[in-house]
Design a protein around this ligand. Structure first.
Ligand SMILES: Cc1ncc(COP(=O)(O)O)c(C=O)c1O
Length: 499
C-alpha cells in the first residue's frame, strides 16, 4: 500500500511570503529538499493540489506550478484515479543520482559532543555478548522465567476488569505516589515472607530492578565515589553504577558470599555496597549471617549505603531462605530491590524498592525526573495479590523450577560428563556449570550459541581476572524436552572445544 504524506511532513514546508522568491518556486524547493533528504520517499502519495493548497494557504495554481516543475524533472508521477506519487530516481534528471533513495544526510565534519555521562554510558559499560540472544536461543538463557506457566488468562481477566471499570482516580493518575493498595499488599508480603522492616509508604514502585539500580545510583552516587560491588556481579548493577560515575571496587565472593573483610581492606570509605545476599548473582551462594552483620556494621560506621538486590529469593528449594538483609538493619542503611521479572514476567516491567523513611521523598523526586508512575498494571498486580493468585503462582513455580533444575543436572551429568561440572543450587532459576581450568569460557559460550544454546560465560561477570571459568545456565524457561535437547546440542558443540 502506498504511503501518504503525513501532515507532519507537510508541516515542515516553510514558506516565506515576504521573500522575493515566488511561492511556487519556494514550494518546489521545499518538496525537492524533502525528497533529497529522504523525508519524502519514492512511493509516497502526495495530497491533491486542492488539499495542499488549502493546508498551505496557497492558491491552487501556485501548487500546480510547483508540481509541474517536479513532473517535468521526473520526480513525480500521476496515476489515473489514484493520485500523485513521488518517483524520483527513476528517470529524474535532477535526482537521478540518488537512485538508492537513502536519506542524503550529511556526515558531521566534527565529532558530536556527548556529555561526560553520555560518554560513560556509551563506552565503559559491560555488554552482554551478542551471541547470547534471548530470542534466538533455544535453551538455557538465564533470567527468563517459565513463560508457558504464567496464568495469562487470570492476568487478562484482571486487566480487562480494570479497563472496564474505568476509575478516574486511576486513569487520570498524575500523582507522584504509587497505588496505595499495592504498597500495602507488598509491604505485608515482604514483612511476612522476607522479614522486611517496612511500612507501605516505604515501598516505591519501579519499572523493574534496573530502574531501581539507576535511581539509587543517581540519588546516592557522585562521580568518583567508591562503590563495593560483588566480584563477579550482575551486569545491570555494574552498568548503572558506572553510568553514575562510580569507581567500582570489586570485592571477591566465596562460599559465604561477599568477603566483607576484603572490602574493608580495599576501601573502607566506600559510599555504597551492592550485594545479592540471598542468592548471589551469578554464583548462587548465600551471604552468611556473620557477614551480613559485619556488612551492616561497616555501613553504620562508614555512613555508607547497602543496596540489596533480592531478585529471586522466592524460589528456594532447600530449607528456609535467610530473611532479607533489610530486616536485620536497625540503622536504616539498606535499600532493598525486588522485581517481578522472575516471579511473573520480565515484560510486566514492575519492580519495587523498600527505602529508608528519610529517603522516600528524595527518591520520589528522582523518579519524577525519569518518568511517571503509577501505571494501571499496579492496580492489576494489587488485585492479583489480593485474590491469592500471586502466592499460588509462586508456590507452583517453586516446584516447577526445582524439577527443572534436577532435570538439568541429570542431563548434564549424562551428556556432558567430564566437560561441565555442575553442583545443585539451593534455589533460583540458574546454575553455574564449571569448565576445566584450561578451557576459555568465552569460546565455549560462543560454540554453544552456534548450536542454539545461549549461555553467557562466567568470566563476563568479573571486573578483574576471573577466578573460575564456566557457563551460566538458566533453566527457568526450559521444560524437560528442551533441557534434554539443549544438553544434547551443547555436547555436540563442546566436543569440538580446543583443549
Ligand atoms: C541479579 C539480578 N537483579 C535484577 C534483575 C531484574 O531486572 P529487572 O527487574 O530490571 O528485569 C535480574 C534479572 O535479570 C538479575 O539477574
Amino acid at each position: 500500500m502506498a504511503k501518504t504524506t503525513s501532515t507532519l511532513a507537510l508541516a515542515q514546508i516553510v514558506l516565506d511570503r515576504r521573500s522575493g522568491i515566488p511561492l511556487h518556486r519556494q514550494l518546489y524547493n521545499a518538496l525537492r529538499e524533502a525528497m533529497l533528504t529522504g523525508r519524502l520517499r519514492a512511493g509516497t502519495r502526495l495530497p491533491s493540489t486542492r488539499t495542499l493548497a488549502q493546508e498551505l494557504g496557497l492558491s491552487r495554481v501556485t501548487v500546480m506550478n510547483a508540481f509541474d516543475q517536479l513532473f517535468s524533472e521526473g520526480c513525480l508521477e500521476g496515476k489515473v484515479g489514484s493520485g500523485t506519487y513521488v518517483v524520483y530516481g527513476r528517470n529524474g534528471r535532477v535526482l537521478g543520482r540518488l537512485a538508492d533513495q537513502k536519506p542524503a544526510l550529511r556526515v558531521p565534519r566534527r565529532p558530536r559532543l556527548l556529555s561526560l555521562r553520555g560518554k560513560r554510558m556509551g563506552k565503559s559499560l559491560a555488554n552482554y555478548p551478542k551471541w547470547v540472544s534471548s530470542t534466538a536461543s533455544f535453551a538455557f538463557q538465564p533470567n527468563v522465567p517459565a513463560i508457558d506457566e504464567f496464568p495469562f488468562r487470570i492476568w487478562e481477566r484482571l486487566l480487562a476488569r480494570r479497563w472496564r471499570v474505568a476509575s478516574r482516580a486511576l486513569f487520570a493518575q498524575r500523582d507522584v505516589r504509587d497505588y496505595v493498595p499495592l504498597q500495602k499488599a507488598l509491604a505485608e508480603y515482604l514483612r511476612t515472607t522476607r522479614g522486611a522492616l517496612c511500612e507501605p509508604e516505604q515501598v516505591i514502585m519501579t519499572t523493574g530492578s534496573q530502574q531501581g539500580l539507576d535511581l539509587i545510583s543517581r540519588l546516592l552516587v557522585d562521580r568518583g565515589d567508591a562503590v563495593w560491588i560483588e566480584e563477579p556481579a550482575y551486569l545491570g548493577a555494574r552498568n548503572a553504577l558506572l553510568a553514575a560515575g562510580a569507581t567500582l571496587v570489586p570485592v571477591p565472593v566465596d562460599h559465604e558470599g561477599l568477603k566483607v573483610e576484603e572490602g574493608l581492606r580495599r576501601c573502607p570509605q566506600a559510599r555504597l555496597a551492592y550485594v545479592s545476599p540471598s542468592h548471589q548473582y551469578p554464583l548462587g551462594v548465600t551471604l552468611s549471617l556473620a557477614r551480613r552483620l559485619q556488612l551492616i556494621d561497616w555501613a553504620r560506621r562508614a555512613n555508607a549505603w547497602i543496596l540489596e538486590d533480592d531478585y529471586d529469593s522466592e524460589y528456594r528449594f532447600v530449607g528456609w531462605p535467610l530473611a532479607a538483609l533489610q530486616g536485620l538493619d536497625r540503622y536504616r542503611r539498606v535499600i532493598y530491590l525486588g522485581t517481578l521479572s522472575k516471579v511473573l514476567l520480565p515484560a510486566i516491567r514492575l519492580g519495587y524498592m523498600i527505602v529508608p523513611p528519610d529517603l522516600v521523598d528524595a527518591l520520589l523526586a528522582t523518579r519524577l525526573v525519569t518518568g511517571r508512575m503509577p501505571s494501571v498494571e499496579q492496580a492489576v498486580l494489587a488485585d492479583f495479590i489480593a485474590e491469592g493468585h500471586f502466592a499460588r503462582h509462586i508456590r507452583r513455580m517453586r516446584h516447577v523450577y526445582a524439577e527443572r533444575q534436577e532435570a538439568l543436572i541429570e542431563a548434564i551429568q549424562r551428556d556432558l560428563n567430564g566437560i561441565l561440572d555442575i553442583q545443585p543450587a539451593a534455589g533460583g532459576m540458574h546454575v553455574v556449570a564449571c569448565l576445566p581450568p584450561d578451557v576459555d569460557d568465552q569460546v565455549a559460550s560462543q560454540l554453544a550459541s552456534t548450536h542454539g544454546v545461549g549461555c553467557p560465560p562466567l568470566s563476563l561477570y568479573y571486573i578483574g581476572r576471573p577466578k573460575r571459568r564456566g557457563l551460566v545456565l538458566g533453566y527457568g524457561a526450559c521444560n524437560k524436552r528442551v533441557i534434554d535437547e539443549g544438553t544434547r546440542r551443547m555436547a555436540e558443540a563442546l566436543r569440538t572445544l580446543p583443549h
